[in-house]
Ligand binder design. Structure first.
Ligand code: PLP
Length: 304
């Protein structure tokens, strides 16, 4: 296999040369934060299009601030390193880029005070992430973490145990994915996706105060729904039964992209098919991420 390069502590190195100790705090206690970024290869233009690269690093730095993880790089520098990394690996296919910042110290105790902060950026080939484009989902019995427990408005590695438990339960129950409720019973999000419902000509998505990640795809979808489809978008709390009565429901996320939900807790959503609004949004979104919609070329960083 060809050499794979990754970014580690300011340098682009052979990924095999990066060693993480079994004693590392990041590994032992989940003391870290991360991002998930997609880059799309376009055969026609022979270009690798990275979607909202700088926004992802800005969010990574916000996660770092919340978790007291300090790294000496700006979002511009991290974006430049990522482009360099993709070029160095001669990537000409769709990839998922994973930056992680973590506490590298090997001493006992889950302390965020240590100043041994490390950063790695690696990538992997990716296709469609969820196993269906018409999801049957279930409400999880696991409650979404509250912001005063583990702040999931940003992306702490340890918080994903909450997601993993909900995913496990969903798949054990025969669902494609889970939806979290907050402690108050409001709809929050999926395990790695934001959620939207459509009813009465309005697109509704939970507010950030309902313990959701401030999704970058979510922001994009809100913008294109308003600007391209002239649809009213509101951020407000959604109750469980509102989900069942929605005309349409769908998830958004870097990995999931835009994906229709056709059943929730065995209740059919709308007519049980992919909704027209989500189909239209998905189509525009796909043109944007492949660099084919010039109006939104500001969302794309070209690698070559
Ligand atoms: C819990 C959670 N919610 C929502 C999302 C979607 O966010 P984004 O669109 O920024 O990928 C993700 C993915 O990163 C996630 O992990």
């Amino acid at each position: 296999m060809d050499k794979i390069y990754a970014f580690y502590q300011g340098k682009i190195v052979d990924e095999k040369d990066i060693n993480i100790s079994v004693r590392c705090k990041g590994f032992n206690y989940g003391l870290g934060c991360f991002e998930g970024i997609r880059a799309y290869w376009n055969d026609q233009t022979e270009q690798l299009n990275v979607f909202k690269l700088k926004e992802h690093f800005e969010r990574l730095l916000r996660s770092c601030k919340v978790l007291n993880l300090n790294i000496p790089y700006s979002s511009e520098e991290l974006s430049d390193y990522t482009v360099e990394l993709l070029k160095k690996n001669n990537v000409k296919y769709d990839v998922y880029v994973r930056p992680i910042v973590y506490k590298g110290a090997e001493t006992l105790a889950p302390s965020l005070l240590d100043d041994d902060n490390r950063i790695v950026i690696y990538f992997q080939k990716i296709g469609q992430c969820l196993n269906s484009d018409k999801l049957k989902v279930g409400i999880s019995s696991w409650t979404r973490l509250d912001d005063d427990m583990i702040p999931v408005r940003v992306k702490p590695t340890g918080g994903y145990l909450n997601s993993a438990l909900a995913s496990l339960e969903a798949s054990n129950n025969g669902y494609d994915e889970a939806i979290f409720l907050t402690r108050n019973g409001n709809v929050a999000e999926g395990t790695g996706e934001n959620i939207f419902i459509y009813k009465n000509s309005t697109l509704i998505t939970p507010p950030v105060s309902d313990n959701i990640l401030e999704g970058i795809t979510r922001n994009t979808i809100m913008e294109i729904a308003e600007k391209e489809l002239n649809i009213k978008v509101i951020q407000r709390s959604i109750t469980r039964s509102e989900l069942y009565e929605a005309e349409e429901a769908f998830f958004t996320g870097t990995a999931a992209e835009v994906v229709a939900i056709v059943e929730i807790d065995n209740r059919v959503i709308g007519n049980g098919k992919k909704g027209d609004v989500s189909k239209k949004l998905k189509k525009i979104f796909e043109e944007i991420i492949k660099g084919e919609n010039k109006k939104y070329s500001k969302f794309i960083t070209l690698v070559y």
